[in-house]
Write a protein that binds this ligand. Structure first.
Ligand code: GLN
Length: 491
């Protein structure tokens, strides 16, 4: 097997048995990036020399018997995580040549455990989007394509489009990502890989460029559920630098993957059966539930009655928080500066030049819903509905231990579809935003292909801080699905 084809778990075994060194593994990925990144555009910045140096240091640690849990594993980092001494862009022009003088807690945790960073991954600007088309560094191509129209370039999803495309195309063994409304789960589903948004508070947000602070969570994407569990164990943990980080022990997520689902009650929310949903997605959902029943789980119909308000609620709360978080990009303190006649002119020119159209749209919506006179009608109302959505889940946990739904309402779409209509784009998040609004963990797992040969994913939602059950259900779906299809573009 080629080194880039190894799963992360297999890579750790191969390193441990000295069948390969971290330097060899890292070089294999750097070669793959050199060959395929010009086409896929998954990486904004490749840190080849630093990666080789880190790999050598890792090999030395392993030789001394000091191997960490991720020792020598080459990873890609979403360009929303501040990395000390390495340019961090949030895929926006407004950060200019900004090089953070500090490391985010999540990436510091990965380094502590021995991971090697290959570079910074493309994404939608400030993580706002579902297609990676809003990046100031150009779109990312999905390594998968339609059987009947292979030359049509498809989106990898977003906002973590670079993370998902890189992992699917074997340009990284795993990657960091973030999810505010679906940005881990939707691109994972579009690219035929797995990704988990953990419970809000499981991973520190310190050093991650903020989008909507009450919704943002970091998580991994990787090819298997087990690889996600391994990565999350390193990424997670209490951090006094983030007051919303949970002071709870990190369980053995990897062990949970193989736990099985015997006796578990799997909730099936009737409100997620959308009119007009493609028959293939409906069929895959049924298939997933049948697999879980065969593995010993029971499926129970549940109701999440406020689901229909989730998207409008999200698209008030997220822009509101974004508009205040993004106020800091003023051309004075860091990043891009466009000089003007006076201070106000400088602000206006910098922000007009630095932010792309989608980010400007969010700032305007957010400023509007927070403004005097509209605050009660929009923002306060959205907060109240958010509480109801959260309560829906709390009531559902009386009847079930996990919830299974489709991950996305469609397979990956083409770069030239959906772009001109923001609302159509927002509909991508219909199955994922609820978990963010309620703060719950959600895992996307590849479960099958559509008629065009494109991957489709299922989503597992769990109780707060019960990622273990989510991993157990995801593991069971993965084993039953036996998903082994590969994208057309691959190292
Ligand atoms: N697609 C959603 C949005 O545009 C979610 C993005 C995210 O999770 N970062 O807001």
């Amino acid at each position: 097997m080629r080194p880039t084809d190894l799963t992360l778990a297999q890579g750790l075994d191969a390193l441990e048995r000295r069948e390969i060194s971290s330097l060899e593994l890292t070089d294999a990925f750097l070669d793959a990036i050199e060959r395929l990144n010009p086409r896929l555009n998954a990486y904004i910045t490749v840190t080849a020399e630093a990666a080789r140096e880190a790999a050598r240091a890792s090999d030395a640690r392993r030789a001394k018997g000091e191997a960490g849990p991720l020792e020598g594993i080459p990873l890609g980092i979403k360009d929303l995580f501040c990395t000390e001494g390495v340019r961090t862009t949030a895929a926006s022009r407004i950060l200019g040549p900004f090089v953070p003088p500090y490391e985010s807690t999540v990436t510091a945790n990965l380094k502590r455990d021995g991971a090697v960073f290959l570079g910074k991954l493309n994404m939608d600007e400030f993580a706002m989007g579902s297609s990676n088309l809003t990046s100031a560094f150009g779109p990312v191509e999905n390594p998968w394509s339609r059987a009947n129209d292979p030359s049509k370039r498809l989106v990898p999803g977003g906002s973590s489009g670079g993370s998902a495309a890189a992992v699917a195309a074997r340009l990284a063994m795993g990657a960091t990502a973030t999810d505010t409304g679906g940005s881990i789960r939707q691109p994972a589903a579009f690219c035929g890989i797995a990704g988990i948004k953990p419970t809000y508070g499981r991973c520190s947000r310190w050093g991650i460029v903020a989008f909507a602070s009450s919704l943002d969570q970091a998580g991994p994407v990787a090819r298997t559920v087990e690889d996600n569990a391994i990565l999350l164990s390193s990424m997670a943990g209490h951090d006094p630098k983030d007051s919303t980080s949970a002071n709870l022990p990190v369980p053995d997520f990897r062990a949970a993957v193989a736990r099985g689902v015997k006796g578990l009650r799997i909730g099936v929310p009737e409100e997620y059966r959308l009119p007009g949903m493609p028959a293939e997605i409906e069929a895959l959902w049924e298939q997933g539930l049948a697999w879980l029943r065969e593995a010993g789980a029971e499926t129970v119909p549940i109701s999440l009655p406020h689901t229909k308000y989730a998207l409008p609620t999200y698209y008030v709360v997220a822009p509101a928080e974004a508009s205040s978080n993004l106020a800091r990009y003023d051309g004075v303190r860091f990043g891009l500066r466009e000089n003007g006649a006076d201070l106000k002119d400088l602000y206006e020119r910098t922000r007009a030049r630095g932010f792309g159209a989608e980010v400007r749209r969010r700032i305007m919506i957010g400023t509007y819903v927070l403004s005097a006179g509209y605050y009660d009608a929009y923002y306060l109302k959205a907060q109240k509905v958010r509480a109801l959505i959260r309560r829906d889940f709390e009531e559902a946990w009386a009847q079930c231990d996990a919830i299974v739904t489709p991950a996305t309402p469609s397979a990956a779409f083409a770069m030239d579809e959906k772009q001109d209509d923001p609302v159509t784009m927002y509909l991508n998040d219909v199955f994922t935003v609820t978990a963010n609004l309620a703060g719950l963990p959600g895992l996307a797992v590849p479960a099958g292909l559509d008629a065009q040969g494109l991957p489709l994913g299922l989503q597992v939602i769990g109780r707060a801080f019960d990622e273990e059950t989510v991993f157990a259900v995801g593991g069971a779906i993965e084993r039953a699905a036996g998903f082994d299809a590969k994208p057309g573009i691959m190292a």
